[in-house]
Ligand binder design. Structure first.
Ligand code: IPE
Ligand code: IPE
Ligand code: MG
Length: 243
C-alpha cells in the first residue's frame, strides 16, 4: 500500500467497536475481547504516530456505556488504569501528548487519578496528540457548552449576538482539536453512536467489517488510502477545486 505522506489526515477519530462479538466468535468472554482490544489500541497508536497523524481520538467509553452490566463496566475501568500505567513509557518514547474528552468526574477515583497523572507526565510532549473519549457523549458535550454559554450571556460576559461557531467551539471538550478528517468505525456498524457530533461535520466516514481486536496497521493503511482517494469538496464544485 503506497500512502501519500503529504496527504495524511491531520485528525483521525476511531469508534473502536466489536470487542464483544470478536470474543464470542472465539468462544471467550467479553473481558477477553476488551483485553485483546487494548493490544489493538497500542498498535494503532504507535503506527499513527509513525505515519505523522497529528491528532488521534479514540472512543473508549460512551455516556451510554454505563447501561452495560456493572461487571463489564468495572472491567473496562480496571483495564483502563492498567493500560495507562503500562503505556506511559511508550507514550513518552514516542513523544505522545495524552489527553481526554468527556466528563471525567463520573469516573471512579483511581481512574481519574491515573488519567490526571498520565496527562501531567505527557503534557510537554510535542508529537501526536492522543485523545481518549471517556464518559463522552456528543450531546452531553454540546449541552454543557450551551449551559456555560447561557451563564456567560446571563452575566453579560458574552452578548447573544456574538454567539458564533468560534464561541461554541471554545466551550467544547474538543476545543483544542481540529475538525475530524477521517472517522473510522470497525465491526460493520454504520452509525455515529453519539461521537464527536460537532467536529465530524465534514469528516470522511470509513466503515470496515473488521472487529476491533483484529484491526491492525495494514487496516489503518487501507482506511487512509481510501481517504486519500476521495475528493473533499466542502460545498464547492469539483471544477473549482481543480482550477
Ligand atoms: C467496543 O466493543 C468497546 C466498547 C464499547 C467499550 P463492544 O464491547 O461494543 O463490542 P460489541 O459491539 O459488543 O461486539
Ligand atoms: C460505541 O460503541 C462506543 C465506543 C466504542 C466506546 P457501542 O458498541 O457502545 O455502540 P452501539 O451501542 O452499538 O451504538
Ligand atoms: Mg459495540
Amino acid at each position: 500500500m503506497n500512502l501519500d505522506l503529504s496527504k495524511i489526515p491531520s485528525h483521525v477519530a476511531v469508534i473502536m467497536d466489536g470487542n464483544g462479538r470478536w470474543a464470542k466468535a472465539q468462544g471467550k468472554n467479553r473481558l477477553f475481547g476488551h483485553k485483546t482490544g487494548v493490544k489493538a489500541v497500542q498498535k494503532i497508536v504507535q503506527e499513527s504516530a509513525r505515519l505523522g497523524i497529528k491528532n488521534l481520538t479514540l472512543y473508549a467509553f460512551s455516556t451510554e456505556n454505563w447501561k452495560r452490566p456493572e461487571q463489564e463496566v468495572t472491567i473496562l475501568m480496571t483495564l483502563l488504569v492498567s493500560s495507562l500505567k503500562k503505556e506511559l513509557k511508550q507514550m513518552t518514547e514516542n513523544n505522545i501528548l495524552f489527553n481526554t474528552i468527556g466528563d471525567l468526574s463520573k469516573l471512579p477515583g483511581p481512574v481519574q487519578k491515573e488519567l490526571k497523572y498520565t496527562i501531567e507526565q505527557t503534557q510537554n510532549n510535542s508529537g501526536m496528540k492522543l485523545t481518549l473519549a471517556l464518559n463522552y457523549g456528543g450531546k452531553e458535550e454540546l449541552t454543557q457548552a450551551f449551559k456555560e454559554i447561557a451563564h456567560k450571556v446571563k452575566n453579560n460576559i458574552i452578548s447573544p449576538e456574538n454567539v458564533d461557531e468560534t464561541i461554541i467551539n471554545k466551550h467544547l471538550y474538543t476545543r483544542n482539536l481540529p475538525d475530524v478528517d477521517l472517522l473510522i468505525r470497525t465491526s460493520g456498524e454504520e452509525r455515529i453512536s453519539n461521537f464527536l457530533l460537532w467536529k465530524i461535520a465534514y469528516a470522511e466516514l470509513y466503515f470496515t467489517e473488521i472487529l476491533w481486536p483484529e484491526f491492525n496497521e495494514s487496516h489503518l493503511h487501507l482506511a487512509i488510502h481510501n481517504y486519500q482517494k476521495r475528493e473533499r469538496r466542502f460545498g464547492k464544485t469539483s471544477e473549482q477545486l481543480n482550477a
